[in-house]
Structures are given as structure tokens and as C-alpha cells.
Ligand binder design. Structure first.
Ligand SMILES: Cc1cc2nc3c(=O)[nH]c(=O)nc-3n(C[C@H](O)[C@H](O)[C@H](O)COP(=O)(O)OP(=O)(O)OC[C@H]3O[C@@H](n4cnc5c(N)ncnc54)[C@H](O)[C@@H]3O)c2cc1C
Length: 444
């Protein structure tokens, strides 16, 4: 690539980069302010080389934080706009929770009703058991106090949806260039004027940074701080907080025929997410796996070839600067799931459904998992830095957030979006952080 110049340069061909490029092209064309030819996406790998390409693909609204729920509702509208192109399966989503989370889940339901997001609340242990055994005759997990059944959402096939997005962008004239790595950023007069790549410089008027787990590196190229002061809502200042912390996502596939995981109607069930404080025992040898609160999620998935899902992520106990992001995902020798995950996750499946008892030998013994870069409060940062560098740092919430690119495109073209306001970087200074829940997951 010889030196070139483009108005809108997007780094990263994952869910956010592709969605932003597509929506920018649409807005430019519809307003007569330009066209897709003004947008270039570059990626050091290929489409879906990062987290979006390995994501489980679960799409839910179930968040304790009102701002997250409103944002997810907007993204589900985008998924619903073209399920075929996005390989989206709108089967719905179940959150099954213990007594400790009952009030949180009830609050989520009430607030979903207030924003018109269709869901059903099943409150109380007896009612929950009846609801779940009606849905799954082999349901056997004890100790659930509440079920939230989201009637929208579900899951999508990771790479297929990215290619669907890319096709929409390409059809509007966007250029996607793969195998080009950004190695530096040129800032002049306080603004980004160009990025340096291993294939030459690219001058731009507006930069969009959508690099998922690699955000640490572009953040540093923008000369932004690796440690920041963070004010909590009670006014306490944590002076020297790491901007990025890596967590390893734990996911895998039980190699059963996905068609056999149906509900009592014989249809594909909602995505199941269960959090539980009941002791979890190994279904093969009866030993205790954990007596602390645990959580898993799973769904029948034809592209993964089985029942696919995961458990709580594991925080990497080292500074972000010491984490090798490459090689990424299943190619990483370090960050793929191990035997502990397989034991825990398959035991949890058996804890929930009789049909999964004694099935561990069918677990697909192939590398899986991936790491994510989390922000200081584990919620996204969507903001402009250096005057014209829009950073989309989703703190690993983001495959489901296909609509964020639409909002970012609006902001870049001059229309601020209130849905993104709660995710500004300034919240770390003002202390306007998001509320936290009782979930064992850092992202709920
Ligand atoms: C195992 C796993 C499962 C997950 N499951 C879910 C889920 O079920 N639901 C959900 O909502 N979220 C899920 N997530 C989180 C979600 O995948 C991410 O939040 C989201 O995909 C991030 O998208 P992105 O576009 O920001 O980045 P990515 O998809 O990571 O894309 C970034 C791209 O930037 C490119 N890039 C990086 N650095 C450079 C550079 N210097 N120059 C050029 N290109 C560069 C990379 O090659 C990559 O293609 C999961 C994450 C993991 C790891």
C-alpha cells in the first residue's frame, strides 16, 4: 500500500469496526456528505481475526446497569433488522438465578418493562422449578429462586455475522484491507493526521479505533495513560489504577448433536445462563467442584458443532503490559481453556440437565477461549481522544453490541447520542460509574 489519504480510517475488522464503517457509509450517502468510498477499514489479520471471530455469540439484554440495557436494546434492533445476513438466531435468553440475585433480577425485569423490552419474570423457587421443568423435562438444578426469560436476543454465528456486516459495507463502497498492521500514529497540532502501517502511511481526517483486545497498544500509540486516577461514587480516589486489565474467557463445546438439545416443544431453546450458589459436584466422580457461587451459559450451536458455552472468566494476574495478546484466541499457547474449565462446565451442564450426565468424554478437545481487555470499571469506553480519534473499547461486552457502530457513526458526523453518554472516559474522574450487581460475572 503506497501512501494514501482517506477521510475516515477504521482500525479493526471486528464487530465494531465493520459496523461503524457500514453505518458511516450509509449516513454519508443518505446525507449527501460523501459515500462508502470515503471509508477505509484496515486489519492486521483478516475479517474476524480478533475477539469477534471467536465469540460465543450470545446476544442478551440482561444487564443490571440501566445504561447497558438501553444500549443492548438498541443493538438487538440492529440484529433484528436482518437476521439472515447476520446469521442471527432470535431464540431468546434465560437468566436463572439464586436467592442472592433475586432482587437484582426483579429490578432488571421491571426496568426492561419500562423500556419496552419484552421479557417474563418467574419469581420464587417453586414457580421457577415448574417453569424450567415445563421447558426442559430433564431439568434438575436445585436452588434457583428466579428466572428472567428475555423473549428477544439469542445468539449469532460469529464469523458469518461479520462477513454479513462486511458485505453490507463493501456494497456501499467501503474498502476493507486485510494484512495491514498499524504501527504508529502521527499527531500534529493535537489531532491525528495519519497512521503508520507496515505497508506505508495513511493520512486521515478521522480515526476510529476498534481493535478489541489490542486497545492497549493503540492507546499507547495515542500517548494516552496506562494508569489513571479513578473516583468511585462515594468520592474515594484510587490514584493509580491500571487502564487495562486482561481476563481470559472460558468457553468450550460438548460434542453432542446440537439438534438433541431442544426444549419440550422439540424446538431450539433460549440461550441458558444459570448462576447458582448450590454446591457443584463432578458428575463423573462425585467430588466437590465448588461451593462458591458459580455461573455457566450454553446453547445448541451448529457452527460450533455441539452444545457450546462458557463460565466466568479468569482475571490474568499480571500487568497489562506483560500480556501477550498475540497469537490470539485458540492460537494462543497460554490462554486456552484447561481441564479445570472442562470439569466445571460439563459438571454444571449435568447439574442442570439429566441428558448431559456422564457426557464429559464428548467434550471437544480442541483449543478454545480468548482474552479481553477490561477497563477500570469493566464497562465500555466510547469516546474521542486527540480531537479526532474515536476509541471503541467495549471492555469485552461487545459482540452483541452490533448497534454501537451506528451510534458512533452519528457522533462522528456531528450528532451526539445520549445512549453513549454514560460511557465517556470522564466518568473515571467524576465518579459517575455504573452500579454493580451480585452476579459472579464481571460483565453483568
Ligand atoms: C472467547 C470469547 C467469547 C466471547 N463471547 C461473547 C458473547 O457471547 N457475546 C458478546 O457480546 N461478547 C462476547 N465476547 C466479547 C466480544 O467478542 C468482544 O467484546 C468484541 O468482539 C470486540 O469487538 P471489536 O470489534 O472491538 O474487536 P475484535 O473483534 O477483537 O477486532 C479487532 C480487530 O483489530 C485488529 N487489529 C488489532 N490491532 C491492530 C493493528 N495494530 N493494526 C491493524 N489491525 C489491528 C485485529 O486483527 C482484529 O481483527 C467474547 C469474547 C471472547 C474472547
Amino acid at each position: 500500500m503506497t501512501r494514501q489519504s482517506v477521510r475516515y480510517l477504521v482500525i479493526g475488522a471486528g464487530i465494531h469496526g465493520l459496523s461503524t464503517a457500514w453505518h458511516l457509509a450509509r449516513r454519508l450517502e443518505s446525507t449527501g456528505r460523501g459515500s462508502g468510498a470515503d471509508v477505509l477499514v484496515i486489519d492486521k489479520g483478516k475479517i474476524g481475526a480478533g475477539a469477534s471471530g471467536v465469540a460465543c455469540g450470545v446476544i442478551r439484554n440482561n444487564y443490571f446497569q440501566p445504561a447497558m440495557r438501553e444500549l443492548m436494546a438498541h443493538s438487538v434492533d440492529v440484529w433484528d433488522s436482518d437476521p439472515e445476513a447476520f446469521a442471527y438466531h432470535p431464540v431468546g435468553y434465560l437468566q436463572i438465578a439464586p436467592e442472592e440475585m433475586r432482587a437484582d433480577v426483579g429490578q432488571i425485569y421491571a426496568e426492561q418493562a419500562a423500556i419496552g423490552y419484552e421479557s417474563e419474570l418467574v419469581d420464587g423457587a417453586d414457580a421457577s422449578r415448574v417453569y424450567l421443568t415445563d421447558m426442559f423435562p430433564d431439568w434438575q438444578a436445585p436452588g434457583s429462586s428466579v428466572v428472567l426469560h428475555e423473549k428477544r436476543g439469542g445468539y449469532a454465528n460469529n464469523r458469518a455475522s461479520l462477513h454479513g456486516l462486511a458485505a453490507k459495507a463493501l456494497a456501499l463502497g467501503v474498502t476493507i484491507r486485510t494484512g495491514v498492521q498499524v504501527t504508529g500514529v502521527t499527531v500534529e497540532g493535537g489531532a491525528v493526521t495519519a497512521v503508520r502501517t507496515d505497508a506505508g502511511d495513511v493520512a486521515c481526517e478521522q480515526l476510529v479505533v476498534a481493535v478489541g483486545p489490542w486497545v492497549r497498544d493503540i492507546w499507547a500509540m495515542l500517548d494516552l495513560p496506562s494508569r489513571i486516577p479513578v473516583t468511585t461514587p462515594d468520592g474515594t480516589v484510587h490514584a493509580d489504577t491500571p487502564m487495562w486489565t486482561y481476563w481470559a474467557l472460558q468457553e468450550g463445546t460438548l460434542g453432542v448433536d446440537p439438534q438433541t438439545f431442544t426444549d419440550s416443544r422439540g424446538e431450539l431453546p433460549p440461550v441458558v445462563h444459570i448462576d447458582s450458589s448450590a454446591p457443584l459436584y463432578d458428575d463423573m466422580d462425585g467430588t466437590l467442584v465448588t461451593d462458591r457461587m458459580w455461573g455457566v451459559y450454553y446453547k445448541p450451536d451448529f457452527s460450533f458443532g455441539g452444545v457450546q458455552g462458557g463460565a466466568s472468566p479468569v482475571r490474568l494476574d499480571r500487568p497489562a503490559g506483560d500480556v501477550a495478546v498475540d497469537p490470539y484466541g485458540p492460537a494462543s499457547p497460554e490462554f486456552v481453556v484447561g481441564d479445570d474449565f472442562v470439569r466445571m462446565w460439563t459438571s454444571a451442564l449435568a447439574h442442570c440437565h439429566k441428558r448431559f450426565e456422564g457426557q464429559r468424554t464428548l467434550y471437544k478437545d480442541e483449543p478454545s477461549g480468548g482474552i479481553g481487555a477490561f477497563t477500570p470499571d469493566s464497562f465500555p469506553v466510547f469516546d474521542t481522544f486527540r480531537q479526532n480519534a474515536y476509541v471503541i473499547a467495549d471492555s469485552n461486552h461487545g459482540y452483541k453490541m452490533i448497534g454501537v457502530g451506528a451510534l458512533v457513526a452519528d457522533e462522528i458526523l456531528g450528532t451526539p447520542r445520549t445512549l453513549l453518554e454514560p460511557f465517556r472516559f470522564s466518568r473515571y474522574e467524576t465518579g459517575r460509574l455504573h452500579p454493580t450487581s451480585h452476579s459472579p460475572f464481571p460483565w453483568s
